[in-house]
Design a protein around this ligand. Structure first.
Ligand SMILES: [Zn+2]
Length: 224
């Protein structure tokens, strides 16, 4: 009876935490205390709220702005696509100062992007890096349709996605998108000297995720 009562209490607490947007990372001065698994849970819970139409839009007001004006402690890095339909703070229902976001078309990386991520990991002590791709990504489509004579700097993005295109010949664009996500995850996990060190020591986790434009759901990808 006692166990049953405790179980009911635990379920109620979990329900409250999801529905209330409870997030001990918010305003916390020492983000290093937020473990990767906990950071991922905040994102998953926020996405559930977004998908169910129950976003709370917490920590987006003037009080929050003032609270973090002199310092930031984001609990996750999001490397997302520049696509206007994929704003991380919205689809994860997070507030100011919660997420360290860097976005490139096709969620590709270069030295500047990695430098920004390194800053978040080393100086802000953020322990979770999410590589966020999405359904019907224009950059992925462009890379698949590439004739290698694109004008301007778009060809640089397309070249970065080509390994995923080559690896998914005969498959659909979503397979290419997921392959590209996994390629970027692997590249960040092994990037020397900083990110590799933090990943190998277990202090930082890099994970891939796929955003479904139709449903609003973010699915975290299993490691290969
Ligand atoms: Zn995209």
């Amino acid at each position: 009876m006692k166990i049953r009562k405790s179980l009911c209490h635990l379920i109620l607490v979990c329900f409250f935490m999801t529905c209330s947007g409870f997030n001990p990372a918010a305003g916390q001065e020492h983000a290093e205390k937020i473990k990767p698994a906990e950071a991922m849970r905040f994102l998953e819970e926020g996405n559930i709220r977004f998908v169910s139409g129950k976003s709370l839009h917490l920590r987006q007001d003037n009080d929050r702005r003032k609270e973090i004006a002199n310092g930031q402690h984001p609990f996750a890095v999001i490397l997302g696509c520049a696509d206007s339909r994929t704003s991380p703070e919205i689809l994860f229902d997070q507030g100011l100062g919660d997420l360290f976001v860097t976005r490139e078309a096709g969620n590709v990386i270069d030295a500047h992007t990695i430098g920004g991520i390194e800053y978040a990991v080393e100086h802000l002590h953020t322990s979770l890096i999410v590589v966020l791709g999405h359904e019907r990504c224009g950059a992925i489509a462009a890379a698949r349709d590439s004739t290698h004579d694109e004008a301007g700097h778009i060809k640089s993005i397309i070249a970065s996605i080509q390994p995923a295109v080559q690896a998914t010949r005969g498959q659909d664009a979503e397979a290419t998108c997921r392959a590209n996500i996994r390629n970027i995850v692997a590249a960040l996990q092994t990037d020397e000297p900083l990110l590799k060190h933090f990943v190998d020591s277990g202090e930082v986790v890099v994970v891939g995720a796929y955003y479904n434009l139709d449903t609003g759901m973010v699915i975290f990808l299993d490691e290969k």
